[in-house]
Design a protein around this ligand. Structure first.
Ligand code: G4P
Length: 285
């Protein structure tokens, strides 16, 4: 399957990102905990050069907890602090502040030596579409924050959200493009629902998911749907149609309907906490 992205938007996104980068000390990069390398932007290290950085393993609630820990170690050995977050519930968000201070230690020290005291750290959130940037900003900023600058609509300048006396956050996230040229990454992005389903062949995607689950999370399909896992992937999908009563006219199995159902259940976590990429694999990429 050829997974398409929208390269037309790339130039504009990159330009905006570069403009905003001039204003900040810290880049808060959001990745999807189910595929932390594949959901990173290919140029992020270049874009974030000379900035303090932290990585948010977002949607950690949907990812395999053991893999979350492996990814946290993976990035730690590369000098990047991570925080596991569920932006939807807010879990993990509170521990970000201390990680921010740690990541910005050098900058704070540099400021101190120059006699600059109490200058807030300015941060921005960046990530590929659908990774949870808006949800994260709402959870991180919370209710207590005050917006600096004028009211929206009146000002043409940037809006900063004052999180506390030490940190200000740009209220618009940087939107980055994923590694859309890599087919394996494309498949994973399609599986987590980051690529518009309209352009995908759902049955093909469901068969890929079935193959993945059988090899990495054996027993999951059997437990959830009662299907036998030792047949062909296609036979399992057909069996799913029967178990979930997905039929076309004349009792013909509705493979597309069963595929959408399977993908929906995977994406919403109903099949359990599942991670698509593990560090060893990712490191080879
Ligand atoms: P974006 O700005 O990066 O494009 O992403 P956005 O915040 O719009 O979030 C995309 C989807 O991911 C939303 O779901 C959002 O609720 C969900 N999401 C964000 N963070 C988390 C998280 O940590 N855990 C889980 N489980 N989901 C998260 P949606 O389907 O578009 O809407 P809805 O389900 O909230 O109605």
């Amino acid at each position: 399957m050829n997974y398409q992205w929208y390269p037309g938007h790339m130039t504009k996104a990159r330009r905006m990102m570069q403009e905003n980068l001039k204003l900040i000390d810290l880049m808060i990069e959001l990745v999807d905990a189910r595929m932390p390398l594949g959901s990173r932007n290919p140029d992020i290290d270049e874009l974030g050069r000379n900035k303090a950085r932290i990585i948010i393993l977002n949607k950690a609630d949907l990812a395999d907890p053991a893999c979350n820990r492996m990814w946290a170690d993976y990035f730690k050995t590369r000098g990047i602090h991570t925080v596991e977050v569920n932006s939807k519930s807010g879990s993990g968000v509170r521990s970000i502040q201390s990680v921010v201070r740690e990541a910005c230690k050098e900058k704070i020290e540099r400021d101190r030596k120059r006699g600059i005291l109490n200058r807030p750290i300015r941060a921005m959130v960046a990530g590929i579409p659908n990774v949870g940037k808006s949800t994260f900003i709402n959870a991180f900023a919370g209710k207590a924050c005050t917006k600096t600058g004028n009211k929206p609509g009146v000002t043409k300048g940037k809006q900063w959200i004052r999180l506390n006396k030490n940190v200000e956050l740009l209220d618009t996230p940087g939107i980055l493009w994923p590694k859309f040229e890599d087919q394996q990454v494309g498949l994973h992005l399609a599986l987590i629902g980051s690529i518009n389903d309209d352009i995908l062949r759902m049955e093909e995607l469901a068969l890929e998911l079935i193959a993945f689950l059988r090899s990495r999370y054996a027993g999951t399909l059997c437990e959830r749907f009662g299907v036998e896992e030792d047949g062909e992937d296609y036979a399992i999908l057909t069996d799913l149609c029967i178990r979930r009563r997905c039929f076309l006219k004349g009792e013909e199995p509705d493979l597309r309907k069963a595929s959408s159902m399977l993908l929906d259940e995977f994406r919403s976590g109903k099949l359990g906490r599942i991670t698509l990429e593990v560090p060893e694999q990712g490191a080879k990429e």
